[in-house]
Structures are given as C-alpha cells and as structure tokens.
Design a protein around this ligand. Structure first.
Ligand SMILES: Nc1ccnc(=O)[nH]1
Length: 142
C-alpha cells in the first residue's frame, strides 16, 4: 500500500531518475526518508560515468545507511526508488537494516521496457581446506 505522502517522495525519486539520464546514465533514482519523513540522502544511477556496473542508487544509499545510521533510525527509514531494487541491491538494503522500500516501476514492468541483463550465475567451488579455514574463523566467534 502506498499513500499520497509516499507518492510525493516517489515523484522526487522519479525526478532523480531524470537527473541520472541528464548526466549520461541509465534513468534510475532513489532517496532515503527518515522516520519523520525528511529526506536524508539522494542518489542516481552512475554506472556509465563511474564505469561501475554496481553504481545503482539503491546500493549507494544502502551503503550510506549502513555507515551513517544507527539501527533504530535505519529501521524507521524508507527507501523511495523509481524502479524496484534488483537482487544485488535488495540484499544490501536488508543488510543495512532498512525496513521499507517504496518503488514506482516493478522489475517485471522494467522487463517489458528493457530486455533483462544477461549475467549468468557464477559457479562456486567448495568447501575445501576445512581445518585451515576453521583455524582462521573459529577463534573470532569463541
Ligand atoms: N532498480 C534498478 C535497476 C537498474 N538499475 C538501477 O540503478 N536500479
């Protein structure tokens, strides 16, 4: 459920998407609104100008929140974003302790506009060297 107040902030995220495009980047924009609704930080996509495929606004904001917000503030902070976060960003939003995301365009709707990015799953080999890795890891948790 989204409210008229959500829509006001969502419109600002959409204007950040336009700003991304004007700066030579794909059109995605996001912002964080704190527990009282004030805007804490804004970002737009900079994947092309930064030459960094991970430079999504959602990721940059979640990392900012992880560094700058205490747990209680993070839990009361909402991310407003022009497009639903991708899997990469969703995980980082979760780790940062944010508890609500409001998006305009869904990932499914984005697929109708733009073909999906084809990044195949990365093969992972392991586990291996259990004794050696346990010696490095276990003392930390004891
Ligand atoms: N939700 C998003 C999809 C693609 N790129 C972005 O920056 N954000």
């Amino acid at each position: 459920m989204t409210t008229p107040d959500d829509h006001t902030l969502l419109r600002q995220a959409i204007s950040l998407a336009a700003k991304a495009r004007a700066s030579g980047n794909p059109p995605f924009g996001s912002l964080l609104a704190g527990p009282d609704g004030t805007i804490l930080a804004e970002e737009h996509n900079s994947t092309l100008t930064d030459n960094d495929v991970t430079a999504h606004p959602e990721l940059k904001l979640a990392r900012w929140a992880a560094r700058e917000l205490d747990a209680q503030t993070a839990a009361g902070t909402t991310m407003y974003t022009s497009c639903q976060p991708c899997g990469m960003c969703e995980a980082v939003i979760q780790w940062a302790g944010l508890r609500r995301v409001v998006f305009a365009l869904s990932n499914e709707q984005l697929l109708d506009i733009r073909p999906g990015s084809s990044r195949p799953p990365v093969p992972q080999d392991g586990p291996a060297l259990l004794d050696e890795v346990r010696a490095a890891v276990e003392p930390y948790y004891r």
